[in-house]
Write a protein that binds this ligand. Sequence first.
Ligand code: NDP
Length: 294
Amino acid sequence: MKLLDGKVASAHIREELKKNISHNKHKFPRPPHLAAILVGNDGASETYVASKIKNCEQIGMQSSLIRFPADSTQRELEEKIIEINGDPGIDGLIVQLPLPKHIDETKIIELINPEKDVDGFHPVNAGKLMLGQKGFVSATPLGILYLLKYYDIETAGKNAVIVGRSNIVGRPLSILLSLNKEPGNCTVTLAHSRTKNLRDVCLTADILVAAIGIPGFITADMVKEKAVVIDVGITRIDDSSKKSGYSLKGDVDFENVSNKCSYITPVPGGVGLMTIAALLSNTYNAYLNKFNGN
Ligand code: NDP
C-alpha cells in the first residue's frame, strides 16, 4: 500500500502558488485576496478558517477574516456579502458552513458573486461543473482531483464508487470523475444511505471514495484488492490523550483497509489539506481572471 500523502501534494501546490504570486508582484497592483466570513464560534469551523487564513499568509496571499456573532441576522450577513461582492480589492469570498439554523444558507450562497465564489458552491459554478465548463470547482472534489493527478493515478475506464451524495463533496466529485477529462473518464456509481447491498457496490470499486461522516464505516470486507481508497470523512472523537481533547477520524477503517488497497489517504493529512490547497488555487485563479481579464 502507498500513502496518498496530502501533506506532500498540498505543499507542492502551495509552493507553486507562492512562486507565481511572487513572480506577479511587479506585474499586478496587489497580491490575491481571500475574504472568509465566520458566523458564531463553532470549534471545528474556527479551526478550518484559521487554517485557511494561515495558509494564505504562507504563500503571500492576503486574507481577511470577517466574524459575525451567532445571533447575527440574515440581513446583516447579506449586506456584508453585497459589500464584498463590490469590493475590487477582494478576489475570493467564502462563507464557512454550517451557518446557524436561523440563517437561510441557500440564499447566502446564491448572493455571492460567482466570480468570487472560490468555494464553487454557487449554482452558476455548480452548473458549469455539470457541463464540464470552466468555473470554480468545489474545493474538496478539486483537491481530490489534484491528489489523483499528483500521484499519477490512472482513472480512465476505472469503476469509481463514491459513498455520500452531498452537494459539496460526493455529487460534484461524481460528475467530475465521469467527465471526458483527465483525471476523469470513470464509470461512476454514487451511493448513499438508501443504496441496497452497499458492500457489494463498494466491492466493484477500483477507486472508492468515502464521504459519509461516520468514523470507520468503510471496513476491509467492502474494499476490492488493490483499490484506490480516498477518505474524505473528518469526525472529531473525544481523546483525553490529546492536548486539544479530541482526535480526527476518517470514514475508513484505515488499519485494516490499508493492508488490502493499493493507495489510501490518511486522516488527518489527506483530503483536508488538499481542500485548502484547492481553495488557494481557486482564489489565485479568481485573481488572474480579474487582472488578465479572462
Ligand atoms: P453530508 O452529511 O452532507 O452527507 C453525508 C452523505 O453520507 C449523505 O449523502 C448520506 O446519504 C450518506 N450516508 C450517511 N449514512 C450512510 C450510510 N449508512 N450508508 C451510506 N451512505 C450514508 O456530509 P458531507 O459530504 O458534508 O461530509 C461528509 C464527511 O466529509 C464528513 O465527515 C465531513 O466532516 C467531511 N468533510 C471533509 C472535508 C475535507 O476537507 N476533508 C470537506 C467536507 C466534508 P443520504 O444523502 O441518503 O442522507
